[in-house]
Design a protein around this ligand. Structure first.
Ligand code: FAD
Length: 534
């Protein structure tokens, strides 16, 4: 039965659970394309700041922090569509999209020191794939997704595959683990095959001018607030009531708790809608400091996972959150942000790598037990970052391993110890000693227990559809809603959910933009085949 779309958008009330980009994009499309009044849109966010995973803050004195930095590409069609008419942070006359394209054309990504061993660059002419590895990769790309349910990458490839340059580049660029979903890897292969040839140089990677909180979230939030959208921060949705029958599912009430512990029930009238970002990869994150390691927290404090678990019990179509969130040991990794009141490190890295800051992207230390990588963004990375202050970001995929120099698990290290391990791998301990001794460095590590949860092996139905069959007034959004063909761990995926939800529930003259299909372009395929055979 075709879904009945909203007949009175002007009067419709929409509640958005969460303020990540999936929700912010939904609000933009609701106003712009569906004709919903901004004043009737309510964003309910448990945190005290909007943006979800797209964070970025701090100052030169206490240190800057981003949990992550985003690589984008030209064919993030939904994301760039969204940002094409959002005024940028610095200049209302320029859109975020235009600013990002201009910025990325000025600071072109062409990594010259992508992988290091023994402090030296690795020659990446060849991916190092055997004929068997090449055949396995191709077979995977051409295989039907449905046959890959619950399989891990290590179930598909031989052990030697994981020693290749290809795997090191791939796993550290996208944060895949051997035990991640092979179906997710297949989607990446197909979706980003046009980037394969340039992968050793991070060719085609685009960036925003600042971190994504300042370059993307603040502009979106401003745009929405100017149109009357209400942001209810420190407001957690703890349950949703549904009226469920064989062919219709309708959300009837939201239950919230605010920062003061005040509970509220919001009845959803006949023209009310709720969009739910179910699950989140940055839930239960914890910050350490220069002297303290971060703590590894669990689900018990996570609004996103607890809400999804509660509503998943009400209907099979609402997915299986435990598949994604029950194995913190397989999902967690740690990142860190360093703030330096000194140029030594950045000058050294520019000389050593041959990359101006902002053009090199990830530098991975392949012989680091933690498998540490760093990224030096174009400076300033924060609008309030003075010229004499420099920042960089890093992460490591194996935080439970002991460091090569610091004989501790990364998870047990404070910011100072993480940087000691980094200086050791880069062979710059002596160079950095006076800078550290002068107190000109800070480093804030962050534990992210659920960061790789979106790559957990899963089966059809574990992620609910954005619009489950029979859903009359609600939608699921974000990394744990099902969107055919697109890739999780991208902002594009979340914005695609927003388009799917809004255009599915409301009458608009727009359709969800198709996923870029480079896998069907012969010239792209030939180039990719040549690259994997090099
Ligand atoms: P989220 O950003 O997770 O937002 C969900 C929001 O909902 C949160 O604010 C949460 O607090 C709130 N919420 C959830 N439940 C409740 C509730 N019950 N009540 C109230 N509020 C609730 N993407 C790329 O495209 N390229 C990259 O290179 C890239 N790298 C990344 C690196 C890192 C370290 C991280 C963390 C992410 C990266 N991503 C990247 C992924 C991308 O940032 C995310 O996929 C995207 O931002 C998710 O947006 P979202 O709106 O779906 O969910």
């Amino acid at each position: 039965m075709p879904r009945r779309k909203c007949s009175n958008p002007k009067e419709a009330k929409v509640y958005l659970v969460g303020s990540g980009i999936a929700s912010l994009a939904s609000a933009v499309y609701l106003i712009r394309d569906a004709g919903v009044s901004g004043e009737n849109i309510h964003v309910l966010e448990q945190d005290s700041v909007a943006g979800g995973a797209l964070d970025g803050g701090g100052d030169p004195e206490s240190g800057f922090v981003i949990r992550g930095g985003r690589m984008h590409e030209e064919h993030f069609v939904c994301y760039w569509d969204l940002l094409s008419h959002i005024p940028s942070y610095d200049d209302p006359a320029v859109s975020v999209k235009d600013e990002s394209f201009e910025f990325s054309s000025r600071y072109v990504s062409h990594a010259q020191a992508r992988l290091l061993r023994g402090g030296k660059r690795i020659d990446l002419f060849s991916f190092g794939l055997s004929l068997k590895d090449q055949a396995d990769l191709l077979k995977l790309s051409l295989n039907a997704e449905k046959s890959l349910d619950n399989l891990r990458i290590q179930d598909w490839f031989g052990e030697e595959f994981f020693d290749t340059n290809f795997w090191t580049l791939w796993s550290t660029m996208f944060a895949f683990q051997k035990w991640s979903s092979v179906a997710a890897m297949r989607r990446y292969m197909r979706r980003f095959i046009h980037l394969l040839d340039g992968m050793p140089r991070l060719g085609g990677v685009m960036r925003t001018k600042y971190n994504q909180y300042h370059s993307v979230v603040i502009p979106l939030q401003r745009y929405l607030q100017q149109r009357g959208v209400h942001f209810h921060l420190r407001t957690r949705v703890v349950d949703i009531d549904f009226a469920l029958s064989a062919d219709r599912k309708t959300a009837t009430a939201l239950h919230t708790v605010d920062g003061n512990g005040v509970e509220q029930a919001i009845a959803l009238g006949s023209n009310a809608y709720v969009f739910i970002t179910n699950g989140s990869i940055t839930e239960s994150s914890d910050r350490g400091s220069w002297t303290e390691p971060p703590r590894l927290k669990d689900k018990s404090i996570s609004g996103a996972w607890l809400l999804w678990e509660k509503i998943a019990q009400k209907d099979r179509a609402f997915g299986n959150p435990g598949v994604f969130s029950d194995r913190i040991d397989l999902q967690k990794w740690y990142s860190f942000t360093a703030t330096l009141q000194d140029d030594t490190f950045h000058d050294y890295m520019e000389d050593f790598s041959g990359n101006l800051c902002g053009t090199g992207g990830l530098v991975t230390l392949t012989d680091s037990n933690w498998l540490m990588s760093i990224v030096i963004a174009r400076q300033p990375h924060f609008p309030n970052q003075p010229p004499e202050v420099k920042v960089f970001w890093g992460y490591a995929l194996f935080p439970d391993k002991e460091g090569n120099y610091v004989k501790k698990r990364m998870a047990a290290c404070n910011g100072e110890e993480i940087l000691e391990e980094l200086w050791y791998h880069l062979r710059i301990q002596e160079l950095m000693k006076p800078v550290v001794a002068a107190g000109k460095v800070n480093c804030i590590p962050v534990a992210m227990p659920f960061i790789d949860s979106l790559f957990m092996p899963c089966a059809k139905g574990d992620r609910p559809d954005v619009l489950p069959a029979g859903a009359t007034n609600f939608a699921f959004l974000g990394q744990f809603a099902e969107v055919p063909d697109d890739c999780v761990f991208t902002v594009e995926y979340s914005v695609r959910c927003a388009q799917t939800a809004v255009y599915g529930l409301f009458d608009t003259d727009r359709e969800v933009l198709p996923v870029y299909d480079s896998i069907y372009k012969p010239a792209v395929l030939i180039k990719a085949l040549k690259a994997i055979a090099r």
